[in-house]
Design a protein around this ligand. Structure first.
Ligand SMILES: [Zn+2]
Length: 67
């Protein structure tokens, strides 16, 4: 359980706000732990965007050549 310096009191975990702040004074007691997006996830999205763009380009050129 985090200790609030301002209120000089222990704050229950369930009393913390969603941002990890003391409900009484608003001091941030728990830094929000945000998991960074893994690089391979970003790379996967980038790769699929490139791939789909390439396939779309292929599809367009195929249609253009078959009209
Ligand atoms: Zn407080």
């Amino acid at each position: 359980m985090p200790w609030c310096e301002e209120c000089e009191a222990v704050v229950e975990d369930e009393q913390l706000t969603e941002e990890g702040e003391c409900p009484d004074c608003g001091t941030v007691l728990v830094e929000e732990v945000r998991k960074p997006v893994p690089w391979y996830f970003k790379f996967m999205i980038f790769a699929s965007v490139v791939y789909l763009g390439y396939r779309a380009f292929q599809g367009v050129t195929w249609v253009v050549h078959h009209i």
